[in-house]
Write a protein that binds this ligand. Structure first.
Ligand SMILES: O=P(O)(O)O[C@@H]1C[C@H](O)[C@@H](CO)O1
Ligand SMILES: Nc1nc2[nH]cnc2c(=O)[nH]1
Length: 273
């Protein structure tokens, strides 16, 4: 079996053999944010290493399993742990699960991440609804031959993050009496955190947050015709803004501090979709 279409079908058939749930909403849970998957009821958990053609998570804070079940009365499939370009996977490999979610029946995907605040008005602990992204990785998951069954050769990205869904997230935050930022997410390959000069460049380019994921998944989700919602947890100020070094422990620590707010917001959004 060599083409991606057959691999997607094989992975989807394997997952469908483990559960009768037909999820309509997909969730990709970023570093330290996997706790949301523990709220999924009647959960069927499938380790990534059991699923044909799936990569495996290698990063602390990423459990490495697919969780299918019910959240807020909706049938969902969640990636408890994601794959990153910096782990050495291709952008096609890190976005393969999005293709599989589409094959399972998902038509709306919520992509979350931990990100650094490049906008100096942000503070660690902020949640940001993503209104657009800047792909600074120099790569793209759609490079290579295009299988028209998966999507168009030249996809439009004008409203990859649909304004009505951005507004939905803001309305949910307001309903929860929660402050929320709105902004642009810049995708760097990682694994290094940015230099102060790179953060300044990103800010000049219009970015409000910097991260190492999300954009490839959104490109493929949009290519597949899914509606996309992006939410960043601003876990630290990006390099050069505060006079302190960055580390992954701080990232995980901050996600644990804001997990109650993060859980409330995402569950409210799921309920309203
Ligand atoms: O998977 P996400 O983008 O949430 O994780 C971010 C990016 C790196 O993986 C990690 C760096 O601390 O946090
Ligand atoms: N690229 C990047 N990813 C992050 N994830 C959490 N914080 C950061 C950051 O400052 N930069």
């Amino acid at each position: 079996m060599n083409n991606i279409f057959d691999k997607i079908q094989e992975s989807a058939e394997f997952i469908n053999s483990k559960t009768t749930v037909k999820p309509k909403i997909g969730l990709i849970l970023g570093s330290g944010l996997g706790v949301l998957a523990d709220e999924i009821e009647e959960a069927v958990k499938i380790k990534y290493n059991e699923i044909p053609n799936f990569p495996v998570s290698t990063v602390e804070g990423h459990a490495g399993q697919l969780v299918v079940g019910s959240l807020q009365g909706k049938d969902v499939v969640a990636m408890q742990g994601r794959f990153h370009y910096y782990e050495g996977y291709t952008q096609q490999e890190i976005t393969f699960p999005v293709r599989v979610m589409k094959a399972l029946g998902v038509d709306t995907i919520i992509v979350t991440n931990a990100a650094g605040g490049a906008n100096i008005d942000f503070k660690p602990g902020d949640l940001m609804v993503i209104k657009d992204h800047i792909n600074l990785s120099g790569n793209n998951p759609l490079i290579g031959s295009n299988d028209n069954r998966l999507g168009p050769r030249f996809p439009d990205m004008s409203t990859a993050y649909k304004p009505n869904f951005v507004q939905l997230v803001k309305d949910c935050a307001k309903e929860l009496d929660m402050e929320i930022q709105e902004g642009v997410y810049a995708f760097f390959s990682g694994p290094t955190y940015e230099t102060p000069a790179e953060v300044k460049m990103a800010r000049i380019l219009g970015a409000d947050a910097v991260g190492m994921s999300t954009a490839p998944e959104v490109i493929v989700a949009s290519h597949s015709g899914m509606d996309v919602i992006g939410i960043s947890c601003i876990t630290n100020m990006a390099a050069g803004i505060l006079d302190q070094p960055l580390d992954h422990e701080e990232v995980i620590e901050t996600t644990q501090k804001v997990k109650a707010e993060f859980l409330s917001l995402v569950k409210t959004v799921v309920n309203k979709i």
